[in-house]
Design a protein around this ligand. Sequence first.
Ligand SMILES: Nc1ncnc2c1ncn2[C@@H]1O[C@H](COP(=O)(O)OP(=O)(O)O)[C@@H](O)[C@H]1O
Ligand SMILES: [Mg+2]
Length: 269
Amino acid sequence: MSSTEMNSSKTLLSLSHVSRHFDNGPEKLQILDDVNLDITKGETVAIIGPSGSGKSTLLYLMGLLDRPSVGSVTFDGQSLEKATDRQRSKLRNADFGFIYQFHHLLPEFTAFENVLMPALIGGKSNKESKARAIELLDKVGLSHRHDHYPAELSGGEQQRVAVARALLNQPKLLLADEPTGNLDAASADKVFDLFTEMVKESDAAVIVVTHNPELAAKCDKIYRIESGKLFKAEKVAKKASKKAAKKAPAKKAPAKKTATKKTTKKAKA
Ligand SMILES: Nc1ncnc2c1ncn2[C@@H]1O[C@H](COP(=O)(O)OP(=O)(O)O)[C@@H](O)[C@H]1O
Ligand SMILES: [Mg+2]
């Protein structure tokens, strides 16, 4: 393993000329076509694009759950082309956190046990990891739900348990695939802010696939997938104006803000 000093680069994950196709009988389905992307430590990145455009496929590649047809993936200075499946899953368990649209909590385990699951799976369930699970449950505002089973929690609460679980091993990279797709606007906002802020605290990076432009706009960068290609998307001015508004609440004109769906959506929460 390279020491932090050796790997002084701020690049955490790098995709170089990555393509992915699937064979569909004689037909070749080209899903990703020559994708190049560098993810820097500490940054939050949103991936957007129409349904079926390859967002999940890209996330699987970045999460070492799949291998590119062409091209290479480098994580924390380590090229993964020649890594065995075993080495990849070890790395995944140690350094990656995953959040999905559906929480995938295990129904027969309590909130606490679900959060502890990555440590149980990694054979590292000890005093320390248990203390961290308790702390994380507290951070996501669910310490009072410690012994509750998933079925006894609301959708937003279940997803907050999933966030705590994804962060148990202090991942260097958090990958989230439409993590708020199943939540109402208020819960979506809360869950999104929770994991982006918690990850930022540890200088980890976040890659989040989302259909929600307001959440995407909160990220440092936005990329769009279209016809297999990855493009850097322009960020809407919204974030900047929001920040400015916070700094100088008296002066910044809300007049500049373009009308958004937020107000109507918020009403539902
Ligand atoms: N294992 C697979 N075999 C064949 N086609 C696949 C496979 N995985 C994904 N696809 C196809 O790739 C395209 C992109 O899928 P996906 O990455 O899930 O899209 P998104 O997440 O953007 O909605 C879809 O047309 C899907 O059917
Ligand atoms: Mg998808």
